[in-house]
Design a protein around this ligand. Structure first.
Ligand code: HEM
Length: 182
């Protein structure tokens, strides 16, 4: 596992990604903006309309066989063909955080099949999970996905499947930000 890497996501007037839609799926939305940049380490972009921060981290719930399977099929960020992206900040409820680790894992995978469902969309979708909860941020996670335009509807289907799961009953705030670059 690489060491934790600070990430800053800034929405404003500059950045390589054009914001094509911002939609509140649960709870409060985020302010509209035109462009977005994801920076590793110190943020250099002007503050913009809003900025969200987080850090990459170790796996919490992924079993060894799942980790190996993911590693064998997943692709990395920044592929030239990945001209579409989604940033989906998520906050889970106090009820989720009150559960013990084994109970959270059981909901995430044994009941909701989050990893199994996700694997159906690899390697088309590349992703990064960013943790924000311990930084006192408004969201617990910033989730980031990149894919080619022809996989847009597959990504929509993935979202629909995950949002129908028991795990998503614990999601109290979720904002879907869709992005495009040339
Ligand atoms: C966590 C896989 C899509 C949101 C995880 C974990 C895995 C995973 C393995 C567990 C990480 C750990 O062990 O700590 C995948 C795969 C996907 C996918 C292969 C296919 C592209 C998504 C999507 C969303 C999402 C589309 C959002 C709509 C999350 C969140 C967590 C998570 C919020 C953290 C859960 C928690 O710690 O409570 N994902 N995922 N994932 N994923 Fe996904």
């Amino acid at each position: 596992m690489p060491p934790p890497l600070p990430i800053a996501v800034t929405a404003g007037e500059t950045g390589p990604w054009q914001i094509t839609a911002i939609r509140a799926v649960a709870g409060e939305s985020l302010a509209p903006a035109r462009r977005l940049v994801v920076e590793e380490g110190q943020a250099a972009a002007p503050p913009g309309a809003w900025r969200l921060r987080g850090v990459t981290s170790h796996l919490r719930y992924t079993a060894e066989a799942e980790r190996d399977r993911l590693a064998s099929v997943q692709e990395g960020l920044g592929r030239p063909a990945a001209l579409r992206a989604a940033l989906i900040p998520i906050r889970k409820s106090e009820a989720w955080w009150a559960l013990a680790q084994d109970a959270r894992r059981a909901i995430l995978e044994e009941k909701s099949r989050h990893i199994a469902i996700g694997l159906d969309y690899l390697p088309a979708v590349a992703r990064r999970l960013i943790h924000s909860r311990d930084l006192g941020e408004p969201f617990d996670f910033l989730t980031w996905f990149e894919f080619a335009p022809e996989h847009n509807s597959a990504f929509d289907a993935l979202l629909a499947r995950l949002r129908a799961t028991e795990e998503w009953r614990y999601v109290e705030r979720e904002v879907e930000i869709r992005l495009a670059r040339d």
